[in-house]
Design a protein around this ligand. Structure first.
Ligand code: KIV
Length: 285
């Protein structure tokens, strides 16, 4: 069994200091967490992408703290060696500092080791309050999906130099407020590198090029469980969706033709019991 990943062990990881890039993947249930952990990932993110890839919504705005806690608990029951980070969903950290700490505590009590929240400098009071309550926080800047309406869609951020510089200020402020790592999503490669250079905590990229201190992808994207949308930044390592459809089709055919279940896949009475019931026949053997 590999050693457990801890917040302090993540905080110190920088590729520029010779460290190997961090690996994070999302998971939303116990079997997914077991697969990710057996694969040796460093961190499992119970992402609010839950809304889109598991619950069938069109954006991440629909999930609640209760939804996130439910799925965080399922992941935690797998007892992964990976660090479990749970997303604070939209509106769970926007109203007040008190609300933020209470909502984050629900995710920690469900089994998360840390929480992640989206946004830069305007979230600093929330980040500071969480750190003060001994709750480790991962930041998330760039394309922040909870801002889909404010951004006018899922759009690459930091394309202009002033927007890129603003992101660098956000990254430094989050680090200063106590974030132990920062997800950088949907920015040009050059901006991903600049943000990584700007801070001493690791940056975890998604659609931010190869220059960050780690990468994160969504479980269903890596495994090709869905192929309705393939963002440019996704690499599929399997086609489980197609394989699953093929397998379910074969099962349906076998049921319809009577090929499933066979004798080996059935329970049988001992011969004396079968006789006592007046049942005879080769199929009872
Ligand atoms: O919810 C999520 O899956 C995420 C990652 C894409 C970073 O926030």
């Amino acid at each position: 069994m590999s050693a457990r990943t801890t917040v302090p062990s993540v905080r110190g990881r920088k590729v520029r200091r010779g460290d190997v890039p961090l690996v994070m993947v999302t998971a939303y249930d116990a079997p997914g967490a077991r697969m990710a952990d057996a694969a040796g990932v460093d961190m499992i993110l119970v992402g609010d992408s839950l809304a889109m890839v598991v619950l069938g919504y069109d954006d991440t705005l629909q999930v609640t703290v209760d939804d996130m806690a439910h799925h965080t608990a399922a992941v935690a029951r797998a007892k992964p060696a990976a660090l479990v980070v749970a997303d604070l969903p939209w509106l769970s950290y926007h109203v007040s500092v008190e609300d933020t700490v209470r909502n984050a505590a629900q995710l920690i009590r469900a089994g998360a080791h840390a929480v992640k929240l989206e946004g830069g400098r305007k979230r600093l009071p929330m980040v500071e309050a969480l750190v003060d309550a001994e709750i480790p926080v991962m930041g998330h800047i760039g394309l922040t999906p909870q801002s889909v309406n404010a951004m006018g869609g899922f759009k690459v951020q930091g394309r202009k130099h002033d927007a890129a510089l603003a992101l660098a200020e956000d990254a430094k402020a989050l680090e200063h407020a106590g974030c132990f790592a920062i997800v950088v999503e949907g920015v040009p490669d050059e901006v991903g590198r600049m943000l990584t250079e700007a801070v001493d905590v690791p940056t975890i990229g998604i659609g931010a090029g190869p220059g960050t201190d780690g990468q994160v992808l969504v479980f269903h994207d890596v495994l090709g469980i869905e192929d309705r949308i393939t963002p440019k930044f996704v690499r599929r390592y399997a086609t489980l969706g197609a394989e699953g459809t093929r397998a379910l089709g074969a099962y349906a055919d076998d049921v319809r033709t009577g090929a499933f279940p066979n004798a080996d896949e059935s329970y049988h009475l001992a011969s004396g019991e079968a006789e006592a019931l007046g049942l005879y026949g080769a199929h009872l053997a």
